[in-house]
Write a protein that binds this ligand. Structure first.
Ligand code: NDP
Length: 443
C-alpha cells in the first residue's frame, strides 16, 4: 500500500472527523519513509493499528442547573494507545468537543508522551459541556456526574486524565472528590491536582514554561535568546498565562493576549501588575480579555486574532487551527523568526507548509507543549512515592525534559543545516511506540 492509499483509507473510515484526519496525515507524511523502509513494521501493520484507538467510551452526563433544569451532555474518553504506559491525556470541556477532536488530540498525545522520555501512553477525553457562565455549583454537579461514569474506566495504573481547555484546578478538584468518594481511595488518578491534595509544584506553569523553554532552545541554535524580543501570545488561559510569565522572566515582551471573543494589543508588554490583573481576571473573576483593554487603556480587537501585529516570536496557546495560511504569511512577512506551539495543532497544514518553506524556527505542539504532560508524569511519580519535590526540583526536571525533547527533534529532523522539528518530533515519537508495539505482539 502506498502512503496515499493508506491516508485515503483513514479518510474514508473517519470521514466525519476532519481534525483527526489532519493530525494523522501530518504524522504519516513525515514518518512514511521510516515506516516504509522497515519491513517488520509493515508486516505487523503498525500504522493500521496505531490509528485505531484501543477503545472509546461515550456516555451520558445528566446534571441540573441552579434553577433546577435538567441538562444532558455527552462525555467521552478515548483510550488510544498504551504501548509504553497507562493512558495519559487531558479532559476538555468546550461546546466544540466531538469525537473527531478528541481522537485528534488523543492521537497527538501518543507521540507527545513518547517524546517526554516518561512511560505514558496516549489518551484524551472531555465533554461538549460549556463551563462559561456556569456557577461553581453547576460546574461541581456536572463534574460529579461526569465522574460517576468515568471512574469505571480509569485508575492510577490504567488511565490518568488531566486538564485541558475548560478543565483547570477547580474542575480537577470536583472530579477527584467524586472519584475518591466512590472508590474510597486516595491515589494519583488525576493530575493537575491542588498542592494540598497531591498536586505537583510547577504543574500549573508547566505547559507555558515548557513552550518557552523549547523556543529558547530553538533560538539558541541561531545564537539568539528571548532578551529584547517582541512576542505574540494567543489565548489567556492556563498555557498563555505562564508562557507570558516565562517570556517576561527571560527579558522578552509579550504584547498580545486573546480569548474567543478577540485580542488585546499592549505595546508596553503584559508584565508586573498587568500580568497579575490578567491572572485575576481569568482565574478568579472569570471575565473577558476586553476588560484588560478597558482597565489599561490599550486597543481591543473584537472577533480577531493577534497574528497581524509585527513581532519576533509567536506563541499560539489557545486552540487548534488558529493560524491559517494567510496569517502564517503575515507573520513571516512581518519578520517573525520563531513559532512555538503551546496549543495542540494551532497551525493549519497550509500554515505549517509556509512556515517550513520560510525556514524559520517552528516547534510543533507535540514537542513544544509536552512540558505539561511531562510534569503530569512527575506528579504521578511523586504520588506513587508519596513525596513532594520542591519547586526548583520540578522546574529543573521540566527544563531538562524540554532540552531532551529538543535534542531528539534535532537528531531526527536535522538535514543540511535546517531542523524540521515536525519530522524530528514525529519520527522520534513514533519509533519508540512502534518498537514497544512490536515487542508486545499483536494485541
Ligand atoms: P484554557 O481553557 O485555560 O484556556 C484556553 C484559552 O484559549 C482561553 O483564553 C480561551 O478563550 C481560548 N480559546 C479556547 N477555544 C478557543 C477558540 N475556539 N477560539 C479562540 N480562542 C479559544 O486552556 P489551556 O490553556 O489549558 O489550553 C490551551 C491549549 O493548550 C489547548 O490547545 C490545549 O489542548 C493545549 N494544551 C494544554 C495543556 C495544559 O497543560 N493545560 C497541555 C498541552 C497542551 P475563552 O475563555 O473565550 O474560551
Amino acid at each position: 500500500m502506498t502512503m496515499h492509499e493508506f491516508l485515503h483509507q483513514v479518510s474514508a473510515k473517519n470521514a466525519d472527523q476532519p481534525e483527526f484526519i489532519q493530525a494523522v496525515s501530518e504524522v504519516v507524511e513525515t514518518i512514511w519513509d521510516v515506516y516504509d523502509s522497515n519491513p517488520q513494521y509493515r508486516k505487523a501493520k503498525i500504522l493500521d493499528r496505531i490509528v485505531e484507538p484501543d477503545r472509546i467510551i461515550i456516555f451520558r452526563v445528566p446534571w441540573t442547573t441552579d434553577a433546577g433544569e435538567v441538562m444532558v451532555n455527552r462525555g467521552y474518553r478515548v483510550e488510544f494507545n498504551a504501548a509504553i504506559g497507562p493512558y495519559k491525556g487531558g479532559l476538555r470541556f468546550h461546546p466544540s468537543v466531538n469525537l473527531g477532536i478528541l481522537k485528534f488530540l488523543g492521537f497527538e498525545q501518543i507521540f507527545k508522551n513518547s517524546l517526554t522520555t516518561l512511560p505514558m501512553g496516549g489518551g484524551k477525553g472531555g465533554s461538549d459541556f460549556n463551563p462559561r457562565g456556569r456557577s461553581d455549583d453547576e460546574v461541581m454537579r456536572f463534574c460529579h456526574s461526569f465522574m460517576l461514569e468515568l471512574f469505571r474506566h480509569i485508575g492510577p495504573d490504567t488511565d490518568v486524565p488531566a486538564g485541558d481547555i475548560g478543565v483547570g484546578k477547580r474542575e480537577i478538584g470536583f472530579l477527584y472528590g467524586m472519584y475518591k468518594k466512590i472508590r474510597n481511595e486516595a491515589t494519583g488518578v488525576l493530575t493537575g491536582k491542588g498542592l494540598e491534595w497531591g498536586g505537583s509544584l510547577i504543574r500549573p506553569e508547566a505547559t507555558g514554561f515548557g513552550t518557552v523553554y523549547f523556543a529558547e532552545e530553538m533560538l539558541k541554535t541561531k545564537g539568539m535568546s528571548f532578551d529584547g524580543k517582541t512576542v505574540l501570545v494567543s489565548g489567556s488561559g492556563n498555557v498563555s498565562q505562564y508562557a507570558i510569565q516565562k517570556v517576561n522572566d527571560l527579558g522578552g515582551k509579550v504584547v498580545t493576549a486573546s480569548d474567543s471573543d478577540g485580542f488585546i494589543h499592549d505595546p508596553d508588554g503584559i508584565k508586573g501588575e498587568k500580568w497579575e490583573y490578567l491572572m485575576e481576571l481569568k482565574n478568579i473573576k472569570r471575565g473577558r480579555i476586553s476588560e484588560y483593554a478597558e482597565e489599561f487603556g490599550v486597543k481591543y480587537y473584537p472577533g480577531a486574532r493577534p497574528w497581524g501585529i509585527p513581532a519576533d516570536v509567536a506563541l499560539p496557546c489557545a486552540t487548534q487551527n488558529e493560524i491559517n495560511g494567510e496569517e502564517a504569511r503575515t507573520l513571516i512577512k512581518n519578520g517573525c523568526i520563531c513559532v512555538s506551539e503551546g496549543a495542540n495543532m494551532p497551525t493549519t497544514p497550509e500554515g505549517v507548509e509556509l512556515i517550513l518553506d520560510a525556514k524559520i524556527l517552528y516547534g510543533p505542539g507535540k514537542a513544544a507543549n509536552a512540558g505539561g504532560v511531562a510534569t503530569s508524569g512527575l506528579e504521578m511519580t511523586q504520588n506513587s512515592m508519596r513525596i513532594s519535590w520542591s519547586r526548583e526540583e520540578v522546574d529543573a526536571k521540566l527544563h531538562s525534559i524540554m532540552k531532551a525533547i529538543h535534542e531528539s527533534c534535532v537528531q531526527y529532523g536535522k538535514k543540511d543545516n535546517f531542523t524540521n522539528y515536525v519530522r524530528g518530533a514525529n519520527v522520534a515519537g513514533f519509533i519508540k511506540v512502534a518498537n514497544a508495539m512490536m515487542d508486545q505482539g499483536l494485541v
